[in-house]
Design a binder for this molecule. Structure first.
Ligand code: G3P
Ligand code: MG
Length: 251
């Protein structure tokens, strides 16, 4: 789904349908797409052999059968790990997906927010830097208009912003000053400001809107909080439970 054709408020499936399925797996993404979301969010980093893999943590311990750092394993080694059983025995055998697998699944069905993890950033913007690979893959799949690339690391976004025909970009903020965050957004010509919901108020949302930015709040799993954010002017939310939040739109 094209970023330009999105309808608001936007409900973004955070790590897929992660309240009910193991996060950042094809199962979680498929279920989110089945629920009819317009956008899925995922986290991407590099394997030892520099492949784009979809996993949130820097280490394997919490969400897979492996131990240690993701970046110390090759894609083949990562693929042998179980990324579903930690969540429920029902999902044992589910593996870590590559970014290409997820993009192919979403193509024509939903937009994709690709969050590049800060630990994958490398100074010097090498030929196969994470941001270059993300951009190259989106282009090869004809999905440059269907992705938003986000990061907590402003350097990742600056590198992409300098590339030819950059995709939509989003700066992720946890709690730093709004003026600094909005300055980063301005410098990379961001599409949206993606912010920890606890940090948002009407004034900050108005300031972002005045710059032409969309404002998306993460991670919101309560219908009441969703409603309050909409009242303040937010354009959408990241949620682990897209089904419940869709239902909540009728509140
Ligand atoms: O992109 C929104 C949200 O995913 C950012 O935080 O830690 O869940 O990746 P995190
Ligand atoms: Mg994320």
């Amino acid at each position: 789904m094209r970023i330009q054709g999105l309808r608001y408020p936007l409900i973004i499936a955070h790590r897929g349908f992660s309240s009910r399925y193991p996060e950042n797996t094809l199962t979680a993404f498929e279920k989110a797409l089945d629920a009819g979301v317009q956008m899925i969010e995922l986290d991407v980093t590099l394997s030892r052999d520099r492949k784009l893999v979809v996993i949130h943590d820097e280490t394997l311990d919490r969400t897979t059968s492996g131990r240690g750092r993701v970046r110390d394993r090759s894609l083949a080694e990562l693929k042998r790990l179980d990324a579903g059983a930690w969540f429920s025995a029902r999902f044992s055998g589910v593996s870590i997906p590559t970014l290409e697998e997820v993009l192919r699944m979403a193509a024509g069905r939903a937009a994709v927010n690709i969050e590049i993890k800060p630990e994958a950033y490398e100074a010097g913007h090498p030929e196969d830097a994470v941001e270059r690979q993300v951009w190259g893959l989106s282009k090869r799949l004809g999905m440059t208009g269907d992705v938003v690339v986000s990061s907590f690391d402003a350097r990742v976004l600056s590198e992409i912003a300098r590339m030819e025909l950059p995709p939509a970009l989003a700066y992720l903020s946890e709690g730093e000053g709004a003026s600094r965050a909005l300055a980063v957004c301005r410098s990379v010509h961001a599409f949206s400001w993606n912010v920890d919901h606890r940090y948002l108020d009407r004034k900050r949302i108005d300031a972002a809107h005045a710059m032409g930015l969309r404002v998306f709040a993460y991670t919101v799993n309560s219908a009441g909080r969703f409603r309050r954010l909409l009242e303040m002017g937010a354009d959408g939310i990241f949620t682990d439970d897209p089904g419940a939040m869709e239902a909540g739109l009728t509140f």
